[in-house]
Design a protein around this ligand. Structure first.
Ligand code: ANZ
Ligand code: ZN
Length: 823
């Protein structure tokens, strides 16, 4: 028996494909365009099983679209700025680019070996000056539109990486990258005003939900965190010795203005400037000591409900605007400085944190929502009639929460004490980093002119050459030490000035890369709008669910701004999404410490590319995790060999007319092709593979039993198998195609045309008897189940008439031919 040497086949076809370039996307093609995007990797080493998985799944879609006759843009590049390269450079005393570009080279080779259908003529790396020139250019456009600005505020600080982090990069109070506990620092940093787009970022999710899936959409909704409430001002009671301005009040943001009558004290974030302004001289020492403690805690800890409450009386009183009572003002850590107004009205009757604080500090608790009779908890957060909520002018008593909210907001509005507002949890995007390996922020600081943008014709601002120990994190950007680079003439006045020494968050780089792919060699602009509009928005975006909030939200924001700038004609970049599961091993995530890692290279050597790809695609629905321990790549390989042998057995000539062939096999072939298309479109790739396996078996049976290898229906089936397999196992498919007498590449052979007549199910006639007498006939499918046939028979009008209301005693079903009803 001939052998199928997978490695031989791999080295045979790679150069042929390199030559044929079957997947070059042609901008000028008259075909309908499709854009298949997969998240570009960070080049941290060679590719691993996770990459192989996502590229294999992605490839099914991209290759399918080619087969269906679309012009497909399926690009790949590298998100190549970032910390790991910098840390490796410090360890190995080299330049971060050495590590980066070495890994990129390796990864490209691996991608090619995997036969991923990427168009390599469009590849890009975000660390290439030709790329980051345009990242800087976009930053300047955002700056001109007031969407990039600098401000001082307490920011997340990773003490290990010695850099600030965006809120999105803090996971449960820890640095997303290194796991160190994140602390707070007061720093002047650059921000993108993503909050200006908060409402639209939220609204569009409704339309995206059907094609994005609830997991990502809900994560984004929560992150944006829209809440409706009110801003309410509590007048300050004058200090007798006060020099403070008399008309000051404390403004709070509340989602429960209906509980205003129960506000018995106020709390200001201890680290907010307001606390510092309010504190009385007497309380200042205690306050400052407390503030020191607070600055060490993470936001997550601070907001935790079960955390013991701490705080300091600021020695000031405010006036509850509805009860007229003087209430104390505290500083505490459970209120955050950068949310709402940084101050709250505390309503212990309805908020558990306020309740705990009130108990600890001996403050009054008043219920303003009546809990149900059987309620035995502390704060009651549910709905119920308002109580203790009236004064001479207004009464909320008896109203439910919603009505009470509306009523009090109207009243506050009339009194100019407050107004209804919408609030978002989403913060502006902190984009500056104190690290080296990123795009320098193209701003010059001049003592005369202030912030001066680097003129467009001086872009890119290329990174200065720093390596090894120069890159050690010091709390200020390593760029600050490159004095020759830092010191420049002010572009506006020509006087001595300094470059901004921060670099941009790498999420800036990845917020627009999918547009650059549309015209990657453009030297005049970041991308050609006409081409971006021709290809975009992406018809599918495949990647990990871990990017649900960070990357996807930022890319959406960028797209909206670019649309406002007139550079793209769409506002959402990704029409559909697929988030693959993880490849795990023995039930656990692969990790060095567990020693359960599976090496992609070893799997490829043992079973070949196609068997590994097939295993990953066949494992289950793409969203599910794949436990490699439960997989059988050797089983996949055996199947591929079976398919390959099929092609070798065919003896009819290419082009043989299948209409004279075995009809039963033809039906299977056409049904399989038809269903396979639908299955790919529904992302049920694993089922598509299962159908292909069944087709292989059916073909083999026909060869063995029926007309044999010369039957043209056998050729038709084998060719269909080759095309279907080209989505998953490109080497085997190409080899089959050649054995079937065709020119490469099968990848562009075209989807087999389905003959609708062959899809119509054959039927058989089932006879229905009542008491042994034939009462009716039914046309049913040969595979009809006993239950279905029984139900259909009993519902038949002739049978109903014959039964005349009698209950059948027994129903004997012999599917698909006979039903006998006995009464
Ligand atoms: C009074 C009140 C009564 C509140 C009540 C809640 C329940 P979301 O929904 O997340 O927007 N809050 C406001 N600013 C805060 C800050 N800087 N740090 C911590 N908490 C803050 O939350 C809004 C609610 O969180 C606000 O409504 C406020 O407490 C609190 F029965 O005001 B509430
Ligand atoms: Zn100047």
């Amino acid at each position: 028996r001939e052998g199928y040497d997978v490695h031989e086949v791999e080295s045979k076809w790679l150069p042929v494909w390199e030559d044929l370039q079957p997947f070059r996307a042609d901008d000028e093609s008259p075909r309908e365009k499709r854009y298949a995007l997969t998240m570009f990797p960070y080049p941290s080493g060679d590719l691993h099983m996770g990459h192989a998985e996502v590229f294999s799944l992605h490839d099914v879609v991209a290759r399918y679209w080619w087969q269906r006759g679309y012009e497909v843009l399926n690009p790949m590049g590298f998100d190549s700025f970032g910390l790991p390269a910098e840390n490796a450079a410090i360890r190995n005393d080299e330049h971060p680019s050495t590590y980066t570009y070495r890994n990129i080279g390796r990864s490209i080779d691996s991608c090619k070996r995997l036969a991923a259908s990427f168009d390599w003529s469009r590849t890009l790396n975000t660390s290439d000056p030709e790329y980051y020139r345009w990242t800087q250019w976009l930053f300047l456009r955002f700056y001109e539109r007031g969407l990039a600005y600098r401000k001082q505020s307490p920011v997340n600080w990773c003490p290990n990486d010695q850099t600030v982090l965006a809120n999105e990069q803090v996971v449960d109070g820890h640095c997303e990258r290194c796991g160190a506990e994140v602390t707070k620092r007061d720093l002047t940093q650059w921000y993108f005003k993503i909050t200006e787009y908060a409402q639209e970022l939220l609204d569009n999710l409704d339309d995206l939900a059907p094609t994005w899936g609830d997991r990502v959409v809900n994560a984004q909704r929560n992150w944006i965190g829209r809440s409706e409430g009110a801003h309410v001002t509590f007048p300050l009671v004058e200090e007798s010795s006060s020099e403070a301005s008399p008309d000051q009040g404390i403004q709070v943001y509340t989602t429960r203005p209906d509980t205003l009558f129960g506000a018995t004290f106020m709390v200001v974030a201890a680290d907010a400037p307001l606390a510092d302004e309010l504190v009385s001289d007497e309380q200042r020492p205690a306050f400052e000591a407390y503030r020191e403690e607070v600055r060490k805690a993470s936001d997550i800890d601070r907001l935790a409900t079960d955390r013991p409450k701490t705080g300091v009386d600021l020695g000031r009183k405010a006036l509850n605007p509805v009860t007229g009572q003087q209430i104390p003002v505290y500083a505490a850590d459970y209120v955050l400085a950068d949310y709402g107004t940084g101050a709250i009205m505390a309503v212990p009757g309805q908020d558990q944190r306020d309740w705990d604080f009130a108990e600890k500090f001996g403050l009054p608790i008043v219920r303003t929502v009546q809990p149900p009779a059987d309620f035995d908890g502390e704060a009651f957060t549910g709905d119920g009639p308002a109580t203790n909520s009236s004064n001479a002018e207004i009464s909320l008593d008896g109203m439910g929460v919603a009505e009470a909210k509306r009523t009090i907001i109207d009243w506050l509005d009339k009194k100019a004490l407050g107004r209804g507002t919408v609030n978002f949890r989403l913060r502006d995007w902190l984009l500056s980093r104190q690290r080296y390996w990123g795009a320098p922020i193209p701003i010059v600081h001049c003592s005369t002119c202030g912030e001066v943008p680097v003129p467009d014709d001086q872009l890119p601002v290329v990174l200065p050459e720093l390596r090894g120990a120069d890159l050690k994190p010091k709390g200020v950007s390593p760029l600050a030490a490159a004095r020759d680079w830092v010191e420049v003439a002010c572009p506006r006045c020509g006087g001595p000035a300094e470059r901004d020494t921060d670099t941009m968050d790498t999420f800036v780089d990845s917020s627009w890369y999918f547009l650059r792919y549309c015209s990657p060699h453009d030297t005049h602009q970041p991308f050609d709008p006409a081409k971006a509009n021709a290809w975009g928005p992406c018809d599918i975006y495949i990647g990990g669910v871990e990017h649900a909030v960070l990357h996807l939200l930022y890319a959406r924001f960028f797209t909206m701004v670019l649309n406002d700038m007139g550079m793209v004609d769409f506002r959402e970049p990704f029409s559909a999404q697929l988030n693959q599961g993880f490849v795990i091993n023995q039930g656990k995530k692969m990790s060095k410490s567990l020693g359960n890692g599976v090496s992609l290279g070893e799997q490829l050597s043992a079973y070949g590319v196609d068997a590994v790809r097939l295993t990953l695609v066949f494992a289950g629905p793409p969203e599910d995790d794949i436990d490699w321990a439960d997989m059988s790549p050797s089983g996949s390989l055996r199947f591929l060999q079976r398919a390959w042998r099929l092609a070798g057995d065919v003896t009819s000539e290419p082009g043989a007319d299948p209409s004279t062939g075995d009809v039963a096999l033809r039906r299977v072939t056409h049904k399989t092709v038809h269903e396979a298309g639908q299955l790919v479109e529904r992302h049920r790739f694993n089922v598509m593979v299962a159908r292909t396996m069944e087709l292989v078996n059916a073909t083999r049976k026909t060869i063995d039993a029926g007309a044999g290898p010369s039957d043209p229906a056998v050729r038709e089936a084998a060719e269909a198998v080759a095309v279907l397999l080209s989505l998953v196992a490109p080497y085997t498919a190409e080899e089959m195609w050649e054995r079937l007498g065709h020119q490469p590449s099968v990848a562009r052979a075209g989807w087999p045309v389905v003959d609708a007549a062959l899809l119509v199910e054959e039927t058989v006639t089932a006879v229905i008897q009542v008491q042994g007498k034939v009462r009716g006939r039914l046309e049913v499918s040969p595979g009809v189940s006993e239950e279905d046939l029984r139900a259909a028979a009993l519902a038949d009008p002739a049978v109903v008439r014959a039964l005349d209301g009698r209950e059948p005693r027994t129903v004997i079903v012999r599917a698909p031919k006979l039903v006998n009803v006995v009464v």
